[in-house]
Design a protein around this ligand. Sequence first.
Ligand code: LLP
Length: 403
Amino acid sequence: MLKEFLIYQNNELVFLSDSSSISLTHLVKNYQGPMFFYNRDFIRMRTRQMQTALKNVKLFYALKANAHPQVLSVFKDENVGVDVVSGGEIEHAVQCGFSYQSLVYSGVGKTKAELELAIQNEIYQINVESIPELYRIGEVAKKLGKKANVAFRVNPDISIQSHPYIATGLKDNKFGIDTNQFAEVMRVAQENAAHLSVKGISLHLGSQMLDFSSLKDSLAKLKPLFLDLRKIFPECHRFDFGGGLGIFYEKQDLEMENRLLNEYAATMFSEMNALKALVPDLELQSEPGRWLVGHAGVLLAQVQYVKVTPYKEFLILDSGMNHLIRPSLYEAYHGVHKLSANGVEKTYDVVGPICESADFLGKNRVLPEMKQDDFVVIRDCGAYAASMASDYNLQRRAFEVSN
Ligand code: LLP
């Protein structure tokens, strides 16, 4: 098994997967501006690894992580569904060849028009996030003469060790339905039973999880709710435990990540197998995003200026928080490499062209000495990079290419 995936061969950076070795240097031959490169072999490798570890679990890729059509094509080939969170994402997934019956629709703010689109087309599952949303789903389904397929997203009030901005399972988060409101949820669902098909329960604790004790506690907490629901709605048979499995940003260690994947799977199965004994038709679902695509993308950018002050050396790139906001927003770490490995090592702050001091991609990074027009490769930009990009300062979007 591969441990590192971005390595130098003959001083040039190459991108490895289990089936290919791709030179990044040839990508900048006709450089027109900052560019995301997505390695589809890598995405396929990760998808298969996850399918093996989460055997018999239906995967719904969280499209918000990376919506590029070429990326989606891998999931289509590998029979993975899609987790969507807006009408825009629904339309995009359908345009990319996914059927409505392969979409799980999450999100706290679904509008009437978005619900009409989903329910009219008999979407596979709507993860309901609040009681007023449940009423609205009932009304829309009634008007359309349809039965909406719903699952209730529960907020277990359990924290995970991650950045507070990407934790979602606590009672002061806007996500999911409080367990204390479940009796009312069941009452409203019964009232609207003619227009609802209650398929199951869902959970998403947050993102970048590297420890699974909170997942275990949450699954344990949700099991009795699931059984209560099933007593009233016998068609309730799906348990969707969300996404959130984390990756390493500061070091490259795919072997360790696979061990964590197996630990994650073991934690989940140890809780769910007991439920399976009581619910023979139980179907397990997951909504992974980052784990599948995070490492699979790099951002290639060019040094515009090496700015030396009495205090610092800045590498000023043609790309910054407009293309990759994660360092500015979450103080997230992304590895920065020089495309060609030669030069004595120096320490740089790697920054972008945007008129904000928060516009940095990496601080105090040790890199081989760089000069104007050299290229850098920013690691782990496959998830939540291009999908969170903006036009701020009216800078152009980065190109997105894949193999
Ligand atoms: N399911 C739901 C309902 C979600 O909200 C998310 C992510 C996922 C699945 C996928 O989670 P993943 O497996 O990718 O952790 N922008 C942040 C991450 C925000 C995640 C939002 N929800 C970042 O750059 O770290």
